[in-house]
Design a protein. Structure first.
Length: 176
C-alpha cells in the first residue's frame, strides 16, 4: 500500500534522487498531507512506486530519521514524528509574483516632496497647516503640568468628553 501523499516524479536526476525523496516527504509533512503518527510506505513499496532502488529509499528514510522528522518502529515501519513544525501558510499558499516591490512602495509613499503632489499619503499642503497656532499650543502645553506630557491618561478617557458623550446619548434615548 503506497500513500498518495508520497507520489512524485523523480525524472532522471541520478545522484539527487535521495535528496528529492527526502525533500518530497518533508514537504508533504509540512503541508500536512502526512500528519504526525501517519505510517509511511514500506521501503520496498515506495522504491517500486518511485522506480528507484531500495537503497535510495533507505538512505532517504535514514536522513529523515536522523533529523527527527520520522521515526522507525522495528517490525512495524516508518512513521511521521509527533512533533512537527507549525504550519506556515506562506509555504502552502499560492506563490504570488509581485510586480511591485512593497518596500519601494512604502519608501515612495513616505518620501516628502514639497513641490510635488502626494495624494493618498495623508499629508496636508503646508499652506493648510496652522503653523503659528500649533507653535502657540505647544508652548502653552510645555509650560503646563509635566504629567500632561509624560504620563498616560486615564484608561477611562477624558472626563469632560465622557460626560458630553453620555449627555448626547441621553438626548437620543440611550442610557449611558
Amino acid at each position: 500500500m503506497v500513500h498518495e501523499a508520497v507520489r512524485m516524479d523523480l525524472g532522471t536526476q541520478g545522484g539527487q534522487k535521495v535528496a528529492m525523496v527526502v525533500s518530497t516527504i518533508r514537504q508533504r509533512i509540512s503541508g500536512r498531507s502526512l500528519v504526525p503518527g501517519a505510517k509511511l510506505p514500506s521501503v520496498r513499496s515506495l522504491a517500486a512506486t518511485l522506480k528507484v532502488s531500495t537503497s535510495t529509499v533507505v538512505d532517504a528514510y535514514d536522513r529523515l530519521t536522523a533529523e527527527g522528522v520520522i521515526t522507525s518502529r522495528p517490525g512495524s515501519g516508518f512513521y511521521v514524528a509527533n512533533q512537527t513544525a507549525p504550519l506556515s501558510l506562506a509555504q502552502i499558499g499560492p506563490k504570488l509574483d509581485r510586480a511591485v516591490d512593497p518596500l519601494w512602495v512604502s519608501r515612495q509613499s513616505l518620501d516628502v516632496r514639497r513641490d510635488g503632489l502626494t495624494p493618498g499619503c495623508g499629508w496636508l499642503p503646508p499652506s493648510w497647516l496652522p503653523d503659528e497656532t500649533l507653535r502657540r499650543s505647544l508652548r502653552t502645553l510645555s509650560r503646563g503640568d509635566t504629567a500632561t506630557l509624560t504620563d498616560y491618561g486615564s484608561p477611562l478617557g477624558l472626563t469632560p468628553l465622557r460626560s458630553l458623550i453620555a449627555r448626547r446619548m441621553g438626548e437620543r434615548g440611550i442610557e449611558a
